[in-house]
Design a protein around this ligand. Sequence first.
Ligand SMILES: *[C@@H]1O[C@H](CO)[C@@H](O)[C@H](O)[C@H]1NC(C)=O
Ligand SMILES: *[C@@H]1O[C@H](CO)[C@@H](O)[C@H](O)[C@H]1NC(C)=O
Ligand SMILES: [Fe+2]
Length: 535
Amino acid sequence: MLATCFLLPFLAVTVRAGAVEDPDIGFSLLFETAPEEFEKQCVEVSPTSKPFPTWASGDFIIPSLGVMEMGDRKMVGLLDPFGKMQKFEMKGSMVCATYRIMATGFYNASKALKTVAPSLLFFETDPPRQCPTYNPVCNLAPHAPNDNCFVNTFKVGGKILTITDSPTMLEMDPRTLQILKRHEFDKDKLEDVVRYSGSAHPVNHPVTGDWIDSVGNSNLLTGGAQINFYHLNEDDPNRRTSLGNVTFDHPPYMHSFGITENYLVLPRMPVQLSITDIMIKPLSAGFQDLKMSTPGIDNAFVLLPLDGSRKVIRAFLPLDDMLYFVHTVNAYETATDIIIDLTTSSHNPFASHGLSLPANKDKAVMRHKFTPEVVKRFVIPLQEGKPVVASVISDPRTSTDFTKINPRFAGKKHCFFWAVENKHGGESYASIAIVKYDLCYGSPAKHWFRQSWYPSEALMIPSSEPSAAEDDGILVFTALDGAADQSYLMTVDAQTMEIRSEAGPFPRVGFTTHGQFYAAGAWGGQEIVEDSLIV
Ligand SMILES: *[C@@H]1O[C@H](CO)[C@@H](O)[C@H](O)[C@H]1NC(C)=O
Ligand SMILES: *[C@@H]1O[C@H](CO)[C@@H](O)[C@H](O)[C@H]1NC(C)=O
Ligand SMILES: [Fe+2]
């Protein structure tokens, strides 16, 4: 008894002292296997929390890394692990969580083989896999399903589809998060023999609201590529309707793109995906810098008219402004220009330290060697030949990505954006805040930050009030309490950046990709949090 009384205060002091000495505590847990799976684990929000507004009733679905190894082999690439889905149902003062490892074809095959099955990976596993000599392309279709599509989700025709930067999509049951099957498209002319890409960030058509995405086809004879854009229809999600195409001399890689009233805005970074290399090497070897001696289409924006009636506009960037980018914040049109805000870096982001699991777990590398990302605004004149003007719109001492705007302002002039800010306060990469930027009224950036807590992308759910301001709404995200190894569902007031609610603890959510909100009723019928188990 005495010993316990004596020991407990001592232990508490040790833990607190440890947290001060190691502000990065628990960051590496984001890159460890998080095996827990369950359905509807419900908790009440913490006593000081505000309940969810009625317009924020619904599901927050966010994918993450799930399982980092199988049998004797460990994943090495950051985006190679088996994906996992998390759903948080928000209603009143309750949050019910469902976690599920994605039973993709890749995961199923790996489990059956008790090792990492054939598949394209960003980096080779440790120890490496080897294709048999009689089948050197064992990581390509039809030998491998290549369906570890866990980067993003979207809803079309009452289905939820999970996607990554490939033409492959999976259908998922939004209630149980079970993977149902591969999503098949009707036979069309969009895919050639060597289809190699899609975007994990489809956009909505400004008039019809239809989802727009692309299929990239490489031409092995010319070495070039054609990117075909299409839209999906709510009534017929298996049919893709062509919206136009662009050809390039080298296969481009476009993780995201923009849309305005009249144009698709395609940023082209000076990198090619070498198809012949990825047939036999890990994907990372395929992202090759293009050597340029004069400004040209390999470092440029292409404006593709949505209705085909206008001409395609190409705007080259100067060679001292190489367009390395990842995410599109938003794009819109003025009378004379197209404005697009992008998260950018000074080097090819697909050849960076940040994309390896061991680098993220190695404190020295993670703290000091990651290339920071800055958000840049590009003003692209609609008159061809005039120069593109770029400016930095995020704090360059930090690394800013996973941007979000009020979704009602997509394709329109926006004044605010929110983002994940690594290197918060110029500190460690693991010092992570959620930041709000004001681009119109000159107010300084506002932050939500907690030492040793690691937030996910913060999704902006706008208020449904008719008089609501652009920044009137809430931000929803998960956050890992690094010292406790537990995750919480957080909401923050999007205007003030003050905490509104926290709910948890839930088992750890690993490194997350893109969260989406599906308003209550999205799946039809009853989905109310009622008599579920309270833990
Ligand atoms: C993987 O196996 C599970 C369980 O048998 C099944 O439900 C799921 O549909 C399979 N995944 C695919 C993509 O076929
Ligand atoms: C590509 O665009 C051209 C016109 O610019 C069109 O003739 C052709 O059919 C398109 N191809 C596909 C596959 O959509
Ligand atoms: Fe993304």
